[in-house]
Design a protein around this ligand. Structure first.
Ligand code: HEM
Length: 253
């Protein structure tokens, strides 16, 4: 009997169209849990970048030669196994992919949540807390994304480095470019404000990362806030110190 049912084709006219199977990862990404995983994994990649970038920038305190040597080293990693800048480009593509996925997952989770919440939160307090965290993430995320575009035009492409300054961008002189950029007071203020926005984003991000990855063992939970605060503080203090050091004349003279 069971065999007869299995071998029977669809009943003409009443068959429900079989849903096309998508690859497992795409199927998973279609769910809220999958999107949260993607946010968390790409978030971890971006945390790794901001931490190494900040540590690399500390070389500024050792002077122009060390800083420029480090910038050149990044282009030379794995030479001669790979041609010059190839590893750097692979890392750049990984980073761009992580940023795009992070933004897409955040956007589609927001759309999904909006559709799901046809009934409002019953307690105004819960609403305020949930709303504050998600609104903060959205706005700080947008500020950081706009800052990164500005920052690339300033220190990588050089198009904005000269605006309002002494009009020079020297390829291969990362130290000089940073100093000439941060000597402009409005630019230094922009770097400080953007890095405070980044710190807020990192704090909420690291905090919710534990939840998204399912790492909510009571043993971790008491460390969660501490880890999020420590990470965000290290990045903000390091990054904000650079414009202050340039303005104070500690770096660049
Ligand atoms: C005051 C803090 C910062 C300083 C002094 C700084 C400095 C620099 C410099 C000099 C470069 C060009 C490196 C080169 O061409 O060799 C660069 C590239 C870059 N920075 Fe920053 N940066 C800072 C903060 C940030 C922050 C907060 C982010 C991201 C949230 C960021 C993201 C990037 C990216 C994506 C690149 C391009 C990397 C590449 O093309 O290889 N930076 N930064």
């Amino acid at each position: 009997m069971a065999q007869a049912i299995q071998s029977r084709g669809p009943v003409t006219g009443t068959a429900v169209k079989a849903k096309k199977r998508r690859p497992f990862l795409l199927d998973l990404y279609g769910t809220a849990v999958g999107k949260k995983y993607v946010m968390a994994v790409t978030g971890i990649m971006l945390l790794g970048f901001v931490l190494t970038h900040m540590i690399g920038n500390l070389k500024m305190y050792l002077g122009a030669e060390d800083y420029n040597h480090y910038a050149e080293f990044l282009r030379e990693v794995l030479v001669p196994i790979l041609p010059r800048t190839v590893l750097l480009w692979l890392l750049r593509f990984g980073l761009i992919g992580a940023v795009l996925l992070h933004i897409h997952a955040a956007y589609s989770l927001t759309v999904m949540n909006r559709k799901a919440r046809s009934v409002k939160y019953q307690s105004p307090r819960d609403y305020q807390i949930a709303n504050f965290a998600s609104r903060t993430m959205r706005w700080t995320g947008i500020i950081v994304a706009l800052f990164v575009l500005w920052h690339l035009a300033d220190l990588t492409w050089g198009t904005l480095n000269a605006v309002g300054g002494d009009g020079v961008f020297v390829r291969g002189d990362a130290y000089g470019n940073v100093v000439r950029s941060l000597e402009r007071v409005p630019v230094a203020v922009l770097y400080i404000v953007a890095n405070i926005a980044l710190g807020t984003h990192l704090f909420h991000g690291v905090w919710s990362l534990f939840q998204s990855m399912g790492w909510n063992n009571p043993r971790f939970n008491k460390w969660r806030r501490g880890i999020a605060t420590a990470f965000a503080t290290i990045i903000v203090v390091g990054n904000v110190s650079f414009p202050i050091a340039v303005l104070a004349g500690i770096v660049g003279k």
